[in-house]
Design a protein around this ligand. Sequence first.
Ligand code: KG4
Ligand code: ZN
Length: 347
Amino acid sequence: MRILGIESSCDETAVAIVEDGYKILSSVVATQIAQHAPFGGVVPEVAAREHHKNLPHVLDRALSDEFKLEEIDAFAVTQKPGLIGALLIGVSAAKSLAWRMNKPLIAIDHIDGHIYSAYQHAKNEGEEIDEPFVTLVVSGGHTALFYAQNVLENELIGKTRDDAAGEAFDKVAAMLGLEYPGGPSIQKASQTGNPKAVSFPRSLIHDDTYNFSFSGVKTAVLYYLRGQDAKGKRQNPEIASVEDIAASFQQAVIDVLIAKLIKAAKDRKVNVVSITGGVAANRLLREKAEEKASKAGIRLVVPPLDLCTDNAAFIAGLAYHKFQAGDLSDLYLDAKPYTHIRLNKRK
Ligand code: KG4
Ligand code: ZN
């Protein structure tokens, strides 16, 4: 079964064709980084306009000469969460295609899609993931921990109370005068920095929940740059280099992400964990998570970089399973800025 998926929730316009949930026949991503860079973040109105402009071309490239619309068995689209104007472009396109071709329409939650990328990657490597497992979704818009029971059921067990980790990377990079998006530029600057140069807070690291908070570390960097401590008192530090600050910040964020992931895995007694989402592209996060997981006797699954950042392959892939379960949408489908997934207070 071939499903064509569309993703337009943030600043990537993506179309992919996936066979039977796993085999990626084609995957095209058009990024809008250059359009948003001057503003230091994604501008919702600009994103919507760019999706509107780019989607027909991305669709053509994904189909290329190899695939015909007539050969597509169903159409899938990211329905939520995301920027509403951006989502509406993808949803409208998917509805038009499903109507025109008279084929099923399947709505996907973007976060479920990120989680699914771990299954997709493992299967394409000829491996299976032992369920249940614990999964960390860490991106520009989300930082959350899930207890994944199966492809279609993910229980939210913790999430950020404020900024997403990727958002903190982007904002701190801007403070340091580094390029947008901040994740890759902080990673690059950190390569020659000392992660122990500045001691930034690891918020909630010893807290008993699986929640996160990244606004504190972001503010700590700001105060540090102003030469103040957290209470606003003047300090007289020898201001560290941009590389040292970047490396210290990166280390602080990664320490918390990994500590919570491993804690959840141990508490829930699972032997597999995965990390997905844009920040999962971070090299240090991948290395340190591997180190800590293997020490704890836990298998770590992290998809390759292009499956971690936003794409439509995980949307079309997950749609196959929703189709099998009979979970289809109709032409009244509407985009939603928020996810349905609610925090389960049970620990
Ligand atoms: O999943 P994604 O492509 O889009 C959202 O759904 O948000 O994630 C984008 C986020 C951005 O905040 C970007 O700075 C971050 O992922 N990111 C990274 C790295 N590459 C991308 N963060 C840390 N290190 C990286 N290498
Ligand atoms: Zn994403």
